[in-house]
Write a protein that binds this ligand. Structure first.
Ligand SMILES: Nc1ncnc2c1ncn2[C@@H]1O[C@H](COP(=O)(O)OP(=O)(O)OP(=O)(O)O)[C@@H](O)[C@H]1O
Length: 506
């Protein structure tokens, strides 16, 4: 179906179930009438394009009542769900993350989300005065201006909540995992010391709804992995969840870093050439990527904490040397890293809770190797739609799992990664190894359910001391220990598919 045919045309033909977002029951005393909202996806000027379609339909329309019944059964709503109704006790925010993925968030907002919300009587408003009342029927729109926009928004939300307003917040995020993580870190960090009040209860934790417009969208794919029917594109599913989803507490983890750890980011700076005279400094208009570092003590995450091949790939492909190669850079970096097959010198300890007659006791076990290729802890199953790094992870199960293996050559690493793309089969991989004492042994991919992971790097060269927390790169000092632990507290809530049975963590 072309994406650019006008909304509302073609009322006589039902949209295909794959494209349907929801079926709104209209108020009509005389007949059963509906409005079917669907998402048209196509291509315009070589780029993906989106259109919201609205098709009025009534039961008296000839011929297709069975098909209509099917759509009504699966997608009916009678109005906006409570989480999208702004009012005295709730604010609704929409964040358009302009840099996410391939930059489609703005188009998706303009062509689909804004008209969809408008059809339900919701329009964007300017930011309300601090403490001022929300206009009825309006949501607050945030269009990101820079890398700090989402975190700033989230910190403001936390500050607002700390003032005891007792207002719930729904945040619709047009972004990838980065947006979720920015919300989490902005909100949770500002409430780190809160032992009671809004941080402790579930009622006022911000509720996030994800429209997957990032690159990996790991959290979205992991949460929706068990949604079986009816089939839909990711964005259609995202809109279904927005309108028909239910609320669940979102598990997260905390990574604590040793003193001297720094985040490493790159952003555009213009080059200033000093001339000795302040007013004469010449500015080279060609932007270049400058490295920024900031000391960091801890970060919260919802997707991944890694050291080794994974963090190296994320970091090196973000460096100025590789950024200039565009989308090819991931493959280029992966190729180089596979050739090098660096063996990371580190001590890795796994913390588990054991049940004893006297209750739970915590124990640490050291991994039986001092060199590693891959250390990755995750609460989710998928890092991308088809990259299943932790097949045992169930959405929202609140478990943290560690995937790890020792030094292998590039071919073996590729084989392991390919098995992850093949439904997570890597976790069963075993291979023969030449033990150091010359005797044959067996090696394999380690896969453990953990409560905590401690990684102490012994690398001297800073190149090999980068860890990755949900895409943020942190350099830790040699001899320093990063601790990754499950968070008992839930900082955020998330919308999940309304027709799927999820098992929540106890
Ligand atoms: N206008 C902007 N300028 C600079 N950075 C921005 C801007 N808007 C958003 N960002 C940042 O860009 C990053 C986008 O990350 P996001 O995760 O949403 O997309 P992604 O990396 O493509 O997807 P994923 O993490 O799912 O692979 C976020 O960290 C966000 O803060």
């Amino acid at each position: 179906m072309p994406a650019d045919s006008p909304a509302g045309q073609d009322a006589a033909k039902l949209p295909s179930p794959e494209e349907v977002i929801c079926v709104l029951k209209k108020q009509s005393p005389t007949e059963d009438s509906y409005e079917i909202f669907s998402l048209g996806q196509g291509e315009k000027d070589g780029k993906p394009s989106f259109a919201l379609r609205r098709s009025p339909y009534s039961r008296s329309d000839d011929g297709e009542n069975e098909a209509l019944e099917h759509l009504v059964d699966n997608f009916r709503i009678d109005g906006l769900p409570a989480h999208l109704q702004p009012g005295q006790g709730r604010r609704v925010h929409v964040i358009v993350s302009t840099n996410s993925g391939t930059g489609l968030s703005t188009q998706f907002y303009d062509n689909v989300l804004a008209p969809l919300l408008k059809a339900f009587g919701l329009t964007a408003s300017e930011e309300p005065e601090q403490g001022g009342a929300e206009q009825p029927g309006s949501y607050r729109l945030v269009v990101t201006q820079d890398a700090g926009s989402v975190k700033d928004f989230s910190r403001n939300l936390a500050a607002f909540d700390r003032n005891g307003k007792n207002i719930e917040h729904t945040v619709v995020l047009l972004s990838g995992d980065g947006g979720v993580v920015d919300i989490l870190n902005g909100y949770a960090s500002d409430n780190d010391d809160t032992t009671s009040g809004h941080g402790a209860g579930t009622q006022s934790q911000p509720l996030i709804a994800i429209l997957p417009l990032g690159t990996g969208n790991a959290l979205f794919h992991s949460l929706h992995k068990i949604v079986k029917t009816p089939a839909a594109s990711d964005l259609t599913q995202g809109l279904r969840t927005l309108l028909r989803g239910r609320v669940a507490p979102l598990p997260s983890f905390k990574a604590t870093f040793p003193e001297g750890s720094r985040t490493i980011t790159y952003s555009e700076t213009s080059n200033t050439t000093p001339t000795g005279n302040d007013s004469d400094n010449t500015v080279d208009p060609t932007p270049s990527l400058g490295e920024q570092t900031e000391y960091v003590s801890h970060l919260y995450g919802v997707v991944v904490a890694s050291y080794g091949f994974h963090s190296q790939l994320v970091w090196e492909s973000d460096t100025p040397e590789y950024r200039k190669h565009g989308a090819k850079r991931f493959q280029m970096v992966a190729g180089e890293l596979l050739k090098e097959s660096h063996a990371y010198q580190a001590t890795v300890e796994i913390g588990r809770l054991h049940t004893t007659p006297n209750g739970k006791s915590f124990g640490l076990d050291k991994l039986d190797r001092d060199r590693h290729a891959y250390i990755l802890a995750t609460p989710v199953s998928n890092l991308e739609k088809t990259f299943c790094i932790s097949p045992a992870s169930q959405p929202l199960d609140g478990q943290l799992r560690l995937v790890h293996f020792g030094p292998v050559d590039g071919t073996k690493t590729m084989e392991i990664m390919m098995a992850a793309y093949d439904g997570g089969k890597h976790v069963d991989m075993r291979w023969a190894r030449q033990a150091q004492d010359g005797k044959e042994g067996e090696d394999g991919v380690g896969y453990d359910e953990v409560h905590e992971v401690r990684v102490t790097t012994h690398e001297e060269d800073a190149r090999w001391r980068k860890v990755c927390i949900d895409g943020t790169i942190v350099e830790i000092p040699s001899g320093g220990c990063m601790v990754i632990s499950k968070e008992a507290k839930r900082h955020l809530r998330v919308l999940v598919d309304g027709s799927t049975a999820y098992e929540f963590a106890s």
